[in-house]
Design a protein around this ligand. Sequence first.
Ligand SMILES: [Zn+2]
Length: 484
Amino acid sequence: MNDSSSAPQHFVIRGADVIDGTGSARFNADVVVANGLVSAITPPGQGEAREVVDATGLVLCPGFIDTHTHDDQLLLQPTLPHPKLTQGVCTVVTGNCGISLAPLVTRTPPAPLDLLGADAFIYKTFRDYLAALDREQPCVNVVPLIGHITLRVRHVADLKRPATAAEVSAMAGELTQALDAGAFGLSTGVYYPPAKAASTEELLGVCAALKGRSAMLAMHLRDEGDNIDAALKEALDVGAASEADLVISHHKVVDPQNHGRTRHTLQAIEQAALGQSVCLDCYPYEASSTMLIAEKASRAQEVLITWSQPHPEHSGKDLKRIAQGWGLSLHEAAERLMPGGAIYFAMAAEDVERVLQHPLTMIGSDGLPHDRLPHPRLWGTFPRVLGHYSRDKKLFSLESAIHKMTGLPAQRFGLAGRGVIAPGHHADLVLLDPLEVRDNANYETPERPSTGIHAVYVNGQLALWRGQPMASHAGRRLIPSRAP
Ligand SMILES: [Zn+2]
């Protein structure tokens, strides 16, 4: 095998068990790749090409689509170690939870926008950000969303109240420009301080710009605890009114008194799905992670600090211990550590498993690449679903796990020619060992790459070989393909 990723590609992956991304059973075959596309699928031993990759005993599947990321800035920093290729991810959806890098120019982004990294907000328009992506040619494909929080910080004079009619129309106008430039849709995060005051009416006003555009709308619910039913209803209503393809972000319920409620939330989503386009994404862990919020931190069973601007020496430490050391309450200690980030242990295993198993659930890491000690989901999400949940816990078949990461998101986001291995489709491909694939990242050592991912091809170019990422720039910004 020639490791060079710049040579004209014409190769055959010989004798793998092909799991094609549709959810159908695996079959043994040769897959021929030429000029970035799958050119043929033949019975084993019959595929012809200049180079041969022996894939006996391995599974070949479509490249994974990380439906929920905060990689907006990571993609423009090719020198950073890349957590995605080592998991088999070939495509990332950016700009989630209302948080996008553009359009905003500021040196002091309010939390949670600061999760995207320091000195990152330099793009006056969404089009400018897309142009930067095109220039940098990231190592994976990009599906960009624009964030409502970013729009709000730019256009709403007082973040503590709902937007005025003029501000709503400014945000909707900017959303239209972003869609025209190539955004796939909008994300919202009315859970977060800069958008908490946004009323349902404000959301409806901004989202009106999505109408007739076959656009995506990814919503981080207003409440994932006691008031989850009302928050879910708000999201479904806004999705339906804007005729958008709705994604309920990182679906979960938090706090012990709410454990088990996914039984009902999933029923409500199924019911809604009869009349509107709705699906969800989920990461395979029982702890969440986001900005440090004192109130949330004082309720969770356990809190790990991922970063703290005033007290960087405490990243990786347990909040309870820090609070004891300072002789403060959890709430006071959290306030002293802010601005910062945290991992919160507040979910139940049964809820995580129920959501993961649901046929409308796609996999999204929600990883935070700029945290000093990030949640392990950044490096482990996809191998964890394949190894821990599919192979070891037998929660679902490998075919179904792969469908949740490939065919399902490609169909939902309208990524033509991706997500399924078929002749004429883009050669985003992953070769993995089904017996070996596993996540190694944990809360103590969260940046440990996974094992069992042998090779990753992005648009037909070798991007990872024997677990080692190559210096490849084969990714591209994807263009919304659905006709309005
Ligand atoms: Zn998120």
